[in-house]
Design a protein. Structure first.
Length: 226
């Protein structure tokens, strides 16, 4: 039994480390160490849930034979599912109107599940989950780049009298189908200078279309669209 426990524990550490290496290569905040620790931590909790209470259960059944004792093996695992969200939430940040870290948070969550599966003896399932996670993290990046190549990038700069008017312009661009890849704003006299890098498709891909849209918003003064 001890060899089985050690084998499952090391398997969880190895599989979690694989996902951590992928995140490390992409220079993410939660990398090898974080995913490694999440995997072995969840595996340890799972193993404790399965085997840690057996001596106490044996003692109770031996000395209190007239009683019926039960052990809920799912209780610790359920707490891992909810508790790992605390770490995942720390990986998600808001940076200049854009939310980043969602993929890393999801990878942490999946790593915890892989650790539980490996510790629970579901070896093939945990290995398949690791392979699928790596495929999702790597292959889908290539697919996303391929999809993104169909978009046209435009650099846009305009003046807005207030932050509310600038926000209205940004919402109008997004509603028209443009994705704001890069955003920066700075004070310019009594107003704001906004610089954007847009990824647009079809009807909004031409500079004239973006210029026309900006000019239709009261208070907005376009500076450049190229």
């Amino acid at each position: 039994m001890e060899l089985t426990i050690i084998y499952r524990f090391l398997l969880a550490a190895f599989l979690g480390g694989l996902i951590g290496v992928e995140r490390e290569l992409r220079a993410k905040g939660a990398g090898l160490r974080t995913h490694f620790l999440v995997a072995i931590g969840s595996a340890l909790f799972m193993l404790v849930s399965q085997y840690g209470f057996l001596p106490a259960l044996s003692f109770l059944t031996e000395h209190y034979q007239g009683f019926n004792f039960r052990v809920d093996l799912s209780r610790v695992a359920s707490q891992i599912v909810s508790g790992i969200g605390f770490i995942g939430a720390g990986a998600i940040v808001l940076h200049k109107r854009f939310i980043v870290g969602l993929t890393t948070a999801a990878s942490i969550w999946v790593t915890a599940a892989i650790g539980c599966a490996a510790a629970g003896g579901l070896v093939l399932l945990s290995v398949c989950a690791t392979l699928l996670a790596l495929i999702g993290l790597e292959l889908f990046v290539v697919i996303d780049r391929f999809i993104g190549s169909a978009k046209h990038e435009l650099n846009v700069a305009f003046l807005a009298p207030s932050e509310d008017v600038a926000q209205t312009a940004l919402e109008a661009l997004e509603k028209a189908g443009a994705h704001i890849a890069v955003y920066s704003g700075s004070r310019n006299g009594d107003g704001m200078r906004i610089e954007l890098q847009l990824q647009a498709r079809a009807e909004l891909a031409e500079p004239a279309a973006v210029l026309s849209l900006l000019m239709s918003i009261p208070g907005i003064t376009p500076l450049s669209v190229e």
